[in-house]
Design a protein around this ligand. Sequence first.
Ligand code: DDH
Length: 300
Amino acid sequence: MSQTGPAAPSVAQLEQVKDAVRTLLHQPEYDDGSAGPVLVRLAWHSAGTYCAETKTGGSNGAGMRYEKEGGDPANAGLAHARAFLEPIKEKFSWITYADLWCLAAVVAIKEMGGPEIAWQGGRTDFTDDTKIPPRGRLPDAAQGSDHLRHIFYRMGFNDQEIVALSGAHNLGRCHSDRSGFEGKWVNNPTRFSNQYFKLLLAHDWKKKKLDNGLEQFVYVDEEIELEEGEKPEELMMLPTDMSLLSDPAFRTWVKRYAEDKDLFFDHFSKVFAKLLELGICRDASGNVTNAENVEDGYKS
Ligand code: DDH
């Protein structure tokens, strides 16, 4: 391992980047007014390619800058998140894309009312696409619990962690021009909470076939008082979300998180930190030992 890398950024330098992310989150013209949800998805998809057995994929490298990963249909729409962050990368060129993507998600979650998440830097960026893992490692929303276990066990997560991670669907929405699914999971999709679990349990979700042939689950609140001309808002769940209800081991955690917001926040904080570290090896002082260009990695 090289000790020749630049010094790790100071707390003050990191604070400047975090401040810039906080400012950027406010996007009145975009979706529900916040860049937060799509930034969280960017970090998750950058890390979620990890395979514990082959030790490939993970949050190092920022491979989505290359067509091989960025052009994967599973990553449709994440160009918006990368574009949001580009001016920050330009201004603070010392931070790598791989670190910035993960840090932005941590800042976004906190700003949207979520828990504090431990974050460590040191990821480096690939300089070509040769280390990008094959496509097909991210979950397919049309499938069920066997698929979820196949995908998330490969990354090294257990059943409890799968459910906790899925709670990120408190945030954001599905876009018909990205995944093909449509709508949001909760009424306020820019506020981090355990509402997703509460709604999963509370409602009688009905299957709905979309014009593109995809099936999702929906619920319309008939009780809600509407202004004249207002249409009742439809909330949605993906087939994978519904499998958290039908699978007994997953359901136990759905119930616990619906009942106990603090427990969910605590578990989410831990599991999201673990997600962001997938594929990163560190020595005792926290230096990354397997970065693409170790010489360029920070030393503490
Ligand atoms: Fe997700 N997710 N996700 N998701 N996800 C989508 C949106 C968002 C699946 C499918 C979809 C996680 C797990 C799963 C977020 C965070 C996380 C969309 C819609 C689909 C489809 C995309 C679009 O049309 O724009 C599936 C399947 C799984 C699973 O199998 C468990 C996890 C683990 C996270 C996480 O962050 C820990 C977020 C945030 C969004 C909203 C994005 C946006 O633009 O808004």
